[in-house]
Design a protein around this ligand. Structure first.
Ligand SMILES: [Zn+2]
Ligand SMILES: [Zn+2]
Ligand SMILES: [Zn+2]
Length: 255
């Protein structure tokens, strides 16, 4: 993890970050063919809840994004939040391509970003995968999104620049999104602990193990496994095509 205490983003980094956060999901034909009924989140009426941004909110704590018309000041609306309000910026890490860095101090459990991509069915993702050559597989970063797969390849926002770490400071949370299918989940990256301004924001991707695809981790933490893949399965389990569930995806390389 890179630490740049107090580091302020340049105007160019701010602009690039805001631009990348304008990228919206693309819900492809296979999403529409496989979606179940649409999810409705009730507006929050809890007396304990202040702004729907922590577990005192029944919607937040049950992993549902609030509807557009929730209580005044509702902050559980990240998939609809203005791109320029994000608490991070994209910058060069030096040895690992681009990365994300905290623009301010970020308290634990803060919802940091909505991970964007093309939402496709698992079947469509397998067909796509089978057509890729080794290089394309190496650069392909699927992320499970409920019954679907989020493929950031052509529709990814800044989330795709979050680097892998074996000691990450963010965690991926899957949430139901008001107005989207019940069997779809939006992927949010939340702060796993208090994060200081200038720290690099990292996540643990844990791809399903696939020995044919090399994804090296260069996080530099003491416990680094040197790989973005999960540990190999026990001998004999699991067929050679692997990677089917695509539990999580990715990391950089798009510098
Ligand atoms: Zn609430
Ligand atoms: Zn709310
Ligand atoms: Zn590592």
């Amino acid at each position: 993890m890179v630490k740049n205490p107090g580091r302020e983003p340049t105007a160019q980094e701010i602009a690039e970050t805001a631009e990348s956060m304008k990228v919206a999901h693309k819900f492809g034909p296979s999403y529409h063919r496989n979606k179940t009924e649409l999810h409705t989140t009730p507006a929050c009426k809890s007396k304990q809840c202040k702004d729907c941004s922590d577990i005192s909110c029944p919607n937040f704590s049950s992993h549902q994004e609030c509807p557009p018309k929730c209580r005044r000041g509702c902050k559980n609306q990240l998939s609809r939040t203005k791109p320029e309000l994000v608490p991070f910026f994209i910058a060069d890490t030096g040895d690992r391509g681009k990365g994300l860095f905290a623009k301010t101090d970020i308290p634990a459990d803060t919802r940091i970003l909505y991970y964007s991509g093309e939402i496709i069915s698992q079947r469509a993702s397998k067909i796509r995968w089978n057509k890729y050559d080794d290089k394309e597989r190496e650069q392909s970063y699927y992320f499970a999104a409920g019954d679907f797969i989020c493929d950031p390849r052509n529709h990814g926002n800044a989330g795709q620049y979050a680097n892998n770490s074996c000691q990450p400071n963010m965690v991926a949370v899957q949430c139901k999104i008001h107005g989207k299918a019940e069997n779809y989940r939006g992927i949010f990256f939340d702060a796993y602990r208090d994060i200081e301004k200038g720290e690099e924001l990292t996540i643990k991707y844990d791809f399903d193990y696939d020995s044919s695809v090399v994804r090296e981790c260069k996080c530099g933490e003491l416990n680094c496994t040197k790989s973005l893949n999960m540990l190999p399965p026990q001998p004999k389990k699991r067929s050679s095509k692997s990677r089917s569930g695509a539990s999580e995806k990715k990391k950089s390389k798009k510098s």
